[in-house]
Design a protein around this ligand. Structure first.
Ligand code: PMP
Length: 420
């Protein structure tokens, strides 16, 4: 059965379509933090930030179905739904902003780039060298998984990402200033090249980089450099947003800075494809004047009820508080794991990582073995970091203490089997 599906996939979808695990799983149903395969086997989902409120949350499913039965259409009519959602979402953002809705995080980031161009009249961007911001042509240039054909374009500069095994500047204490110095150099290069500096796009918890040695205040020297140069800070909250980090609703609040644009996606509709951004009003105005913008599906009546119900469920079920509480419990348990290859265990709410290293170098193969061994024990997790050497735990926000116990127990077994 599994092999049949793999063959059909290759025949119908073409080669190289990403799939998780050496022995891929065929998931047919989800509920809460559980997924079920075609044979009825349950898996604990310790990875999925799309099903933020839990898989197939009944309230969100109901809201989508009811609205789909009444109206779904393109977004050029008056409709109260998007306005109700804007009021609710903007109330969650710490600066006075305005909302633009899209269908994917990639589109939201793409628009954010154009906003920075509209405000500054310049076209150069900076991102870290180990990040992911999506797959439109423009943001793919910031996402370093594959160099574009013809090489990286000249108006994009990639600065070294913060690192916990080899911190910039030689130590974790020196890293914030060293990072800012790299950004300052990139800005100078962009200005000298004639492209000019429009903005810096970053994830405020450096999620795809594996949260490497970053703490509140980390970005202060960088923010100063960017503000002095007149560029915009484009904050990609696709991963940390919507309360995942427990302490705050957004990653930038935790880090302690105010962005010009905040982009969001994945968890926003609990699986329904809805994304968007919140921009400072003068940024929104400059963008609308320079570009005009229309998105057929972005902010349609069904998408906004899905997104609205997600906000309500986060509130009603105390999911941000659960992320803080269960996240701290889980982090405590993970820190008890003992193995010579564990270099660091860190976490913010329900976003946690275990960094594996040998003699200060990333232990990527071993991280891969743990992920596969966990899959065989029916717990789904992933990997991040510059060498994919950091175990990534990022479950639905309904993850419970007993889910945490199951995860810790099975990880303990996997590490016991892993040669030192
Ligand atoms: N930004 C970040 C940080 C992401 O993790 C992702 C998706 N992995 C994106 C942007 C792109 O979002 P989408 O896949 O919805 O286009």
């Amino acid at each position: 059965m599994g092999n049949d599906l793999l063959q059909r996939r290759a025949r119908l979808l073409g080669p190289n379509v990403p799939i998780f695990y050496d022995r891929p799983v065929e998931i047919v149903r989800g509920q809460g933090a559980s997924l079920f395969d075609a044979h009825g086997q349950r898996y604990l989902d310790a990875y999925n930030n799309v099903a933020h409120c839990g898989h197939s949350h009944p309230r969100i499913v109901k809201a989508i179905c009811e609205q789909a039965g009444v109206l779904n259409t393109h977004t050029r009519y008056l409709h109260e739904g998007i306005l109700d959602y804007a009021e609710a979402l903007l109330g969650k953002v710490s600066f006075p902003g305005q909302l633009l809705m899209t269908c994917t995080g990639s589109e939201a980031n793409d628009v954010a780039l154009r906003m920075a161009q509209a405000v500054t009249g310049k076209r150069g961007f900076i991102a870290t060298d180990n990040t992911y911001h999506g797959n439109t042509t423009a943001v793919a240039h910031l996402s370093t998984r594959r160099p574009p054909i013809g090489g990286w374009p000249d108006h994009i500069r990639r600065v070294p990402a913060p690192d916990s095994l080899a911190p910039l500047g030689g130590s974790l204490a020196a890293q914030p200033e060293a990072f800012a110095a790299h950004v300052a150099r990139a800005i100078d290069e962009l200005e000298a090249s004639g492209h000019g500096f429009a903005g810096f796009m970053l994830c405020p918890i450096f999620a795809n980089e594996g949260m490497p040695g970053v703490a509140p205040g980390f970005l202060d020297p960088t923010v100063e450099v960017i503000r002095r140069a007149g560029g915009l800070i484009l904050c990609d909250e696709v991963q940390p947003g919507f309360g995942r980090i427990g302490s705050n609703f957004w990653g930038h609040e935790w880090l302690g800075f105010t962005p010009d644009v905040v982009t969001m996606g994945k968890p926003m509709g609990n699986g329904h494809p809805v994304a968007g951004l919140v921009a400072q009003p003068q940024v929104m105005a400059a963008f609308r004047e320079a570009f005009g913008y229309f998105n057929t599906f972005g902010g349609n009546p069904v998408s906004v009820v899905a997104a609205m119900e997600v906000l309500r469920v986060i509130e009603d079920e105390g999911l941000q508080e659960n992320a803080a509480e269960v996240g701290a419990y889980l982090l405590g348990g993970l820190r008890e794991l003992s193995h010579p290859l564990i270099a660091d265990t860190r976490g913010l709410g329900l976003f946690l990582g275990i960094e594996l290293a040998r003699d200060g170098e990333p232990a990527s193969a071993e991280a891969g073995r743990i992920v596969e061994a966990m899959r065989d024990r029916h717990v789904l997790m992933g990997r991040v970091g510059r060498a994919q050497h950091i175990l990534k735990i990022r479950p639905p926000m309904v993850f419970s203490r007993s889910d945490a116990d199951e995860l810790i127990g099975k990880l303990t077994d996997c590490f016991e089997e892993l040669p030192a």
